[in-house]
Design a protein around this ligand. Sequence first.
Ligand code: ATP
Ligand code: MG
Length: 412
Amino acid sequence: MDKLQPVRGTRDLIGEDFARFQHVVSAARRIAALYGFEEWATPIFEDTRVFARSLGETSDVVSKEMYTFADRGGDSITLRPENTAGVCRALVSNGLAQAGLPRKVFYAGPMFRYERPQKGRYRQFHQIGCEILGAAEPLADAEVIAAGWHILTELGIAEGTVLEINTLGDMPSRDAHRAALVAHLSEHRDRLSADSQVRLDKNPLRILDSKDEGDRVLLADAPSIHDHLTEAAQAHYDAVRRQLDSFGVPYRVNPRIVRGLDYYSHTAFEFVTDRLGAQGTVMAGGRYDGLVEEMGGPPTPSVGWAAGVERLSMLLDAAPAAPRPVAVVPVGEGAEAAALDALQALRRAGIAAEIAYKGNVKRRMERANRVNARAAVLIGEDEVARGVAQLKDLDGGGQREVPLAELAVALA
Ligand code: ATP
Ligand code: MG
């Protein structure tokens, strides 16, 4: 048989790759807990309607990127391309949308999008995310952003990233903006990309997110949402920025941010870096006041973000080193039982410890070096008789005799 390879756009996480990945996720989990986020895990596949309804049929994700298939029972299933819709669906399915809000949810897990794979862009990738469900106040926007900023700071990558923020306005602002945009773009209809000509009829605001260069030229002097904000939308936006200042989170206003999914309104933001080439957005989100209703729940204004774990991992200087183990080395067969006993005593005390499955002392010491052991515990029959072990420092090279009962303390 041909040698099997991982499917295009998927990766194995091994060694240093896994260490970086794990460091990002565990730091995020720890910081999110400081802000009162509880972790949820929702299924990686859902009824296709969960996404088709919420993300918008003209969004790139729904129109081109979803892994959708009929399962053996004929139901249409989609591998989740993101987790916000799933969290909102779970809030409603579990009867949590009626009381006890706001609820703060953290998640981490794999997502799936049929995209052209390249550096920082995969078909199976991973996201961490924070959502605040059931809070209309601008302070929720500011706090969820502050949590994201804190995570980037904890990972040591805040310095090289910039928070860009914008408002998409509320419904009346968007209606007014949409009308002005359609009037403007209709004059240049034939110069728009084919995709955007379709969007002009179906969902004109989506054109603002177009990556087509010709579209971008036409958009340069298109009407801005900022000329159409209602008083309430302006007040929300002003409050978020004021509170970000109070939280000590630096940001830059970028009126071009629109976000790729349909469910956003009011605040939209992205943390961007120039260190990842074209894949420069590491964390992105905004306010989505209508999504829980789309899932059949009551009006539940919400705000959140998602970040790409692979992109964050690439920005890390280095993953923290794994704890170095202690190698337990029986000297002669008669010492095996005592060696295994010492091995388990160390592990029970929380000290990483290893034993080779075979070999003479020389081989076992070679193995100890290969696993980067910091110390070796040598136990021979003479040591067993006296209840001691020889403790050898594998960095300094010194050796001393330690009672077996005191090994864990000596190695702590
Ligand atoms: P992009 O503009 O890079 O396609 P997006 O707007 O589609 O991003 P979101 O849906 O907002 O991305 O997802 C949030 C984050 O998830 C992104 O900022 C990015 O870090 C990460 N992400 C999205 N798609 C991928 C992918 N295919 N591979 C790796 N990471 C991804
Ligand atoms: Mg995308």
